[in-house]
Ligand binder design. Structure first.
Ligand SMILES: NC(=O)c1ccc[n+]([C@@H]2O[C@H](COP(=O)([O-])OP(=O)(O)OC[C@H]3O[C@@H](n4cnc5c(N)ncnc54)[C@H](O)[C@@H]3O)[C@@H](O)[C@H]2O)c1
Length: 435
């Protein structure tokens, strides 16, 4: 099948490469010239495990190519995926301008009937707007599908090659038939395939992200009560998680959630619910607890250091989670800003995200080597649970720092390792050690 993918960012690029791997002829379109240049040179523009190898394969086979020209991508295509960004507006509503532009571009450049697959995360009822654009802008038949994406950054390639579910919302039987053909290589097996109406698909994505964020905030609220009472939030989460009705995933207390999706999707879900007449106050509370998780960590660092001014703080991890160089809405960078505002000297260290972190926060000092970053530090803060940080040589670190103090914002480290090396250890929602 001939497939156009509009927007080759974190979702679109992995989608395009996966569909090419399945044997479809795919053209990736993006308005960012630098991104297209990089891709045309055969390089992934961001870090994602396995992505470069997959790109090498599908570029080599000629199944995937990239362009900035909409006509080139859309001409003769059987279907076009919309994978553009949907950031938050100041009032919390999703900004859907890029989705509208992409839809208009398909309508303008379609050379025949085409199925448009809306993959960007959008508020429920966005499809109605797209239907009316298509009805007015072209005489070709455009069938609309909402197929929200569930890949996780850091595991995006694996999630796309072997998805646990595919969600297809459409009110058009022929569009459903095309989608089944497109995804034939992964159907059967462990992949659940949901065929639903278009509004259910749109809403399901917001519901999933809101519920995952809620679990994280629940764990962060528990962490506060655990710290005040001397209980251990990790054990509480393990006990809760052993109940299969609850599940252990996303019950980790820490600096809170971040990234491109949860913050904006919660705002957008709350906004659309409000517009539809329901005050989804629970989501407001989830967001409040998330902000509180970061504030509590700042307070912990202030309590540990007394006067923060001029003290050196090393942040281990800058990406919003391990396995990616994505720093959008990263709690680590929010912490870096808060500590800088308090007068601390902040140094960041991330295995992949240093470059993007400096672009996002110009002036931030970064180091490749955590031991270099720790020289003279008064506090080390674990911000992202990259596994390599758990394996650091804490005895060596102890010899380098000015003050042996570790705040573990992700409960990543082994308490025994750090305490035996001589550090004071302040985890999240667990009793501190060696104060
Ligand atoms: N990142 C994730 O983990 C993830 C997971 C599931 C869903 N989503 C959703 O998928 C959508 C895309 O997210 P992302 O992380 O891939 O964003 P991204 O910013 O990485 O990529 C979006 C791309 O679209 C391009 N673009 C914007 N307007 C365009 C236009 N009119 N024509 C061509 N290209 C255009 C941008 O240049 C950019 O390269 C969002 O709605 C997001 O919520 C993201």
């Amino acid at each position: 099948m001939k497939v156009a993918v509009i927007g080759v960012g974190h979702v679109g690029l992995v989608t395009a490469a996966t569909l090419a791997h399945f044997g479809h002829d795919v053209v990736g379109l993006d308005e960012d010239p630098a991104k297209i240049d990089t891709l045309q040179q055969g390089r992934a523009p961001f870090y994602e495990p396995g992505l470069q190898d997959l790109l090498d394969e599908v570029l080599g086979s000629g199944k995937l190519r990239f362009t900035r020209e909409a006509a080139e991508a859309i001409e003769g295509a059987d279907c076009a995926f919309i994978c553009v960004g949907t950031p938050a507006r100041a009032d919390g509503e999703a900004n859907l301008l890029a989705v509208e532009n992409a839809a208009r571009s398909v309508a303008r450049n379609a050379t025949g009937d085409i199925v448009v697959i809306q993959k960007s995360t959008v508020p429920v009822s966005t499809a109605d707007r797209l239907h009316s654009i298509f009805a007015k802008a072209t005489t070709h038949r455009i069938r609309l599908v909402s197929s929200p994406e569930f890949l996780r950054e850091g595991a995006a390639v694996q999630d796309s090659l072997k998805p646990d579910r595919i969600l297809v919302g459409s009110d058009d039987p022929e569009a459903h038939a095309l989608m089944r053909k497109l995804y034939e290589p992964v159907l059967g097996g462990d992949c659940r395939y949901f065929e639903v109406d278009i509004h259910t698909a749109e809403l399901a994505k917001h519901a999933c992200n809101a519920f995952l964020a809620l679990k994280i905030s629940f764990a962060n609220a528990l962490a506060r009560v655990c710290e005040a009472s001397g209980a251990d939030v990790v054990s509480v989460a393990d006990i809760m998680g052993s109940d299969h009705r609850i599940g252990r995933d996303f019950l980790n207390a820490g600096l809170g959630y971040g990234g491109y999706c949860f913050p904006k999707d919660l705002l957008a879900f709350k906004a659309v619910a409000g517009r539809l007449g329901y005050d989804f106050g629970l989501l407001e509370e989830v967001m409040k607890i998330n902000r509180g998780a970061l504030d509590a960590t700042v307070q912990k660092i202030k309590d540990a250091l007394w006067n923060v001014e001029s003290k050196k703080v090393l942040l281990l991890g800058l990406s919003f989670k391990p396995g990616t160089d994505d720093v959008r809405e990263s709690p680590a960078l929010n912490l870096a800003r808060a500590l800088t505002d308090l007068g601390a000297e902040v140094v960041g260290c991330d295995p992949q995200a240093n470059e993007f972190a400096v672009r996002e926060m110009p002036g931030l000092q970064v180091v490749e080597d955590p031991y270099k970053g720790a020289e003279g530090a008064h506090c080390i803060v674990v911000c992202t649970e990259w596994p390599e940080f758990a394996d650091l040589d804490f005895v060596r670190l102890k010899g380098i720092v000015t003050l042996p103090m570790i705040v573990d914002g992700r409960n990543l480290l082994n308490e025994k390792d750090v305490v035996e090396a001589g550090f004071s250890y302040l985890p999240t929602g667990r009793p501190p050690a060696n104060l």
